[in-house]
Design a protein. Sequence first.
Lengths: 283, 269
Amino acid sequence: MSDIVLLFSQPFMQRALLGGILTGITGGLLGSFTVVRHLSFFSDALGHSTLLGLSVGIVCGISSPSLMVLPFALLFALLVTYLIEKTDLWTDALLNLIYSSSLAIAVLILSLSGESQGNLHSLLFGDILALKTADLVTSGLLLLVCSLFVGLTFRTQMLLTLDEPLAIARGVNLWLHRNAFMVLLSLVVATSIKAIGALLVGAFVVIPACAARAISRDFTGYVLWSAGLGALSAAAGMLLSGAFNLPSGSSIVLAQLVLFLMATFIPKISSFAVSFNQSKPKL
Amino acid sequence: MTLVPLPNLPSPACSTVLEVNQLTVRRGQQATLQDISFNLEAGTDVAIIGPNGAGKSTLVQSILGILPREAGSVRLLGQSVSANRPIPAAVRHQVAYLPQNFLVDRRIPLTVGELVALGWDKLGLQLPWAQRAVRRAAVKSALERVSAGHLARKFLSELSGGETKRALLAYCLVRSRQLLILDEAPAGLDVRGEADFYQLLYELKAEQGWTILQISHDLDMVRKHCDRVICLNRRLLCQGVPEMALAPESLSATYGPEFVRYRHHNHAC
């Protein structure tokens, strides 16, 4: 126990814990809408596609991955939104098309350039312990912007999630809201990649929302639970990682999975127990 | 066969709620709708009839800006509705639209109370808890009016077809409106459910003074309730009172002669 306290007294662990919680809240907040809008695959696809941004950056001699990943994420979001509007293709098929192509081109560029692939490893698996104060400021600002966006347009987002034609008939600007949401989601995913890695970033968006769906009694509660479970799983995962010296990103995703299983099965087990007890003949 | 358009009925209320002029909608190279013009007077109940693929849903969706239109103009409560812009703020809360087969993803954790509250909200930038007490009272009142107060905490996924329709009527009712646009609203209900739906709809129409534009395949209901009928098959074939618009020659032009023979045979039986 004292080892854990000592570990979390280190500034790098405090930054990692805070970074995980900020990312968890933001991912859960936007994830709640992402999941019910059938965009779960978007964060995964974006995570994988940022490899293309990074590989172009490596070839161009740009040392900071963020300088390439953020603009690339924005471009990706706008391209996906444009293609969803302009083609009759299914969203998941379209995302698969874009991310497979980006990944293939990224691998080709890297293999042809023969550059060091150290950055590639950190992009794939992330390193939450390497977060700097500037990263926390960026995550905090993003959380603030996302909270304001969701908070101030909450009713509009609900109606858009329920039925787009119904929202348009009420004067909602679909194009504006769709693009704003996609851009914010892209920025959240892109900034989270440094901490969590491209392979696991999708979990931060999807799993807390799925857990929240199982325990919430209305839509407002669902969104709040999703953000809360995102933060809780990040804190629990960091403790797990510190206690057993495990990789942080994977530990957080494991904590998310445990919360999801508890949220899904504990109510079912307790309702089964209640109905079993009621059906038992009284002696 | 070419029909001479029937004259519009003079309406007891003079104010025009909706004006559609020479509206044309294209999908690809083909015109889905061509030169559609009609007016909707306040307090009237107008039905759009026509076969599948006639462009009925396209017409109402292009009026509301859900689908783009190639030509023509739409004025809603005196305000011009641009082809590629949201409905003007001044009139957007005066209109309620219920789409065909309201097929929401049943896994969305939205309660009936929240759905009805969405009908009350003005959807601008606002804090989520703004006017909470007023909204809650309006939702309660609307749900009780449609005998659905007990459904407020239920998820949409837990509702039967009839309960869903009542929740949607509460969504329309929760705020004072002038125009209801219904796209086959009772679709999916059985005969009893459909009768209950229309009974409630027309009770509410009498109370609220709604103007209704509805797409319907139920010609008997149209004959019984509607003030005017628009016969559509990619272009406006005729419009007038039900007795004229539902006459065999109008129906024959709209649906084809086989339909009239079939309908005549069934009614004779």
